[in-house]
Ligand binder design. Structure first.
Ligand SMILES: C[S@@+](CC[C@H](N)C(=O)[O-])C[C@H]1O[C@@H](n2cnc3c(N)ncnc32)[C@H](O)[C@@H]1O
Length: 292
């Protein structure tokens, strides 16, 4: 972690638009987010970080970025999630990258449910679940497959993220209708309860989906309490922020938790190329664990 003397920087200099993010504070934050979140923050992100953190400074009643860095020093774990939410994006949507859901619906879920029909558990992990659209979309296709096959397989989805605000939204499971563009009319009717009165324009996920999804805070760089094995891990649009060694370590840890022949799904602009021998590419950003 950087040990720059924060008070020597120019961040406390008054300016029309609020305090400036000085060299020492920015370097401190770069080291901090790399060490705690695995996120590499390029120099070109300085303006963006300054702009986005101003609101956080105001919410905390802090005068400048030096004070914010002191807070990070004092309470690294307490502020980590908030900082991560500021510098990374929580952008997500229901049925984002639909081809992954198609693979689940048409091939993987029918196969797993058949294989496990005499016992066995089906586990899917949405790692970096953001505000919950991904795990709830997974829950919809899982619930439909269970119903279709009249299966009694013990099936569950684990949803984790670093950001406390994102998890709060995920737990609430209530979304404005305009954010539900990816959900078909049939699924809206089946899996959501429409709000009325002051909740007009909002929809809340069906209790059956909540039953299937367990939401937990987890920093992917820290210890993981769960042992697996998982049939599939969805880690989409998360590692885009990580540098090469962080991705390599993460993929090896995933390999340790995925079933033999299990799957890892990455986001559209992410790849495992040159980073792991444990998985083979079997579809569009879909990887299968090799036999060892
Ligand atoms: C762009 S969202 C992706 C959401 C969803 N997976 C999707 O593809 O739509 C990225 C999420 O990764 C989370 N994230 C970033 N670094 C993380 C870390 N070290 N541990 C856990 N979650 C992290 C962020 O908080 C954010 O919610």
């Amino acid at each position: 972690m950087a040990t720059a003397t924060l008070s020597e920087s120019n961040s406390s200099a008054p300016s029309v638009g609020g305090p400036l993010l000085g060299d020492a504070e920015f370097q401190f934050m770069r080291d901090f987010v790399y060490q705690h979140c695995g996120i590499s923050l390029g120099e070109q992100k300085r303006q963006l970080v300054q702009g986005r953190l101003l609101r956080r400074l105001r919410a905390l009643g802090l005068r400048d970025f030096a004070a914010y860095c002191e807070l990070l020093r004092r309470e690294p774990e307490g502020e980590l999630g908030e900082l991560a939410s500021v510098i990374s994006t929580n952008v997500t949507s229901f049925f984002r990258e639909m081809h992954h859901y198609d693979l689940l619906i048409n091939e993987l879920l029918p196969r797993w449910l058949e294989e496990k029909k005499h016992g066995g558990r089906l586990r899917i992990w949405s790692a970096g679940c953001s505000t919950g659209e991904e795990p709830y979309a997974l829950a919809m296709v899982l619930a439909e497959a269970l119903e279709r096959t009249k299966s009694t397989v013990d099936a569950r989805i684990l949803a984790t993220d670093l950001s406390p605000q994102a998890l709060e939204t995920a737990r609430a499971g209530t979304y404005p209708l305009e954010r539900m563009g990816g959900v078909s009319e049939a699924r809206r009717n089946r899996w959501f309860l429409r709000g009325e009165g002051s909740y007009e324009g909002w929809a809340c996920v069906h209790p059956r989906l909540r039953e299937l999804v367990t939401i937990q805070p987890l920093n992917l760089l820290h210890e993981w309490p769960m042992r697996g094995p998982f049939d599939a891990i969805f880690c989409r649009n998360v590692v885009i922020y990580f540098d090469k060694p962080t991705k390599q370590r993460l993929f090896e840890r995933y390999a340790g938790l995925v079933e033999q022949g299990g799957y890892l799904f990455l986001g559209h602009s992410e790849s495992m190329y040159g980073l792991s021998d444990s998985f083979e590419l079997v579809g569009r950003t879909v990887y299968r664990k090799r036999a060892s």
